[in-house]
Design a protein around this ligand. Structure first.
Ligand SMILES: NC(=O)c1ccc[n+]([C@@H]2O[C@H](COP(=O)([O-])OP(=O)(O)OC[C@H]3O[C@@H](n4cnc5c(N)ncnc54)[C@H](OP(=O)(O)O)[C@@H]3O)[C@@H](O)[C@H]2O)c1
Length: 229
């Protein structure tokens, strides 16, 4: 069993997601206020976005120690979770909470025992999604089974969205379309999957709803069409 997965993003009309030059005042509200209307047992972000939430300190790691590469589920202290895809263990944590959500870190077996000790010292839950590379199907099944997460909201950035899209795991896409054209070549877009066309076909959507919000923004919700033709 896996959670129902909704990807939620704020994008420019050209699909870009970094808001540095958009000139929006209080820009987080456009993402957050819509996200709050999508009830979910957890939200999930990639490692680069995770650095906005993790510690600003660099914790010293002790000499490497032998800690079994097994999932660690801390005692549950909140109803909802924040999940961080950090395959090499680059983020440090001051506590096991981000706001009101309990932290879960998704790792590969590349991480050191010393890093696992850091997570355990903060009582941060972690799960393994593969030896060298993540198998996202395994990851979402573990989130369902170990944490009872039945609905998962994927909140970016573009690379993590792209990897869930490529794995065929997204059920619904929620886009807050900002009335701006960004134009920055190389800046991440809503879905960053791979260079070139390869053997892929685009993921197609069916419109679920569309709403005008904050005067000039659109909130568009799509269902993913699962049957490839
Ligand atoms: N507009 C919005 O709604 C919105 C929402 C969220 C974020 N953002 C912005 O987006 C930017 C970051 O986006 P991004 O695309 O550069 O980064 P990202 O998706 O946040 O993180 C990418 C990283 O996550 C890890 N990762 C993701 N999928 C993986 C997989 N399947 N297997 C292994 N590792 C995986 C990798 O970490 P390693 O490099 O450690 O291997 C990868 O480099 C930030 O500026 C943030 O503020 C915007």
């Amino acid at each position: 069993m896996k959670p129902y997965i909704i990807c939620h993003m704020l994008g420019s009309v050209d699909g870009r997601i970094k808001q540095d030059i958009w000139g929006l005042k209080n820009s987080s509200r456009y993402f957050e206020e819509t996200a709050e209307k999508i009830p979910a047992g957890a939200w999930l972000v990639g490692r680069i976005t995770a650095q906005e939430f993790s510690s600003k300190k660099q914790y010293p790691l002790e000499d490497d120690v032998d800690v079994p590469k097994e999932d660690f589920v801390a005692e549950k202290v909140s109803e909802t979770f924040s999940v961080f895809i950090d395959p090499s263990g680059k983020c440090f944590w001051d506590s096991n909470m981000v706001s009101t959500e309990q932290v879960i870190v998704v790792l590969t077996e590349k991480v050191s025992g010393a890093y696992l000790n850091h997570l355990r010292s903060k009582n941060v839950s972690y799960i393994f999604g593969g030896k060298e590379e993540l198998d996202l199907q395994v990851v979402v099944e573990k989130l369902y089974r170990l944490f009872n997460i039945k609905t998962l909201r994927i909140d970016g950035g573009g690379h993590v969205n792209g990897s869930f899209l490529k794995a065929g795991l997204i059920d619904e896409f929620s886009l807050v379309l900002a009335p701006v054209a960004d134009g920055t070549i190389g800046s991440p877009t809503v879905f960053e999957v791979e260079e070139g066309y390869g053997a892929r076909t685009a993921t197609r959507f069916k419109l679920k709803s569309v709403e005008t919000i904050y005067d000039d923004f659109l909130w568009v919700r799509y269902m993913v069409i699962k049957d490839k033709q």
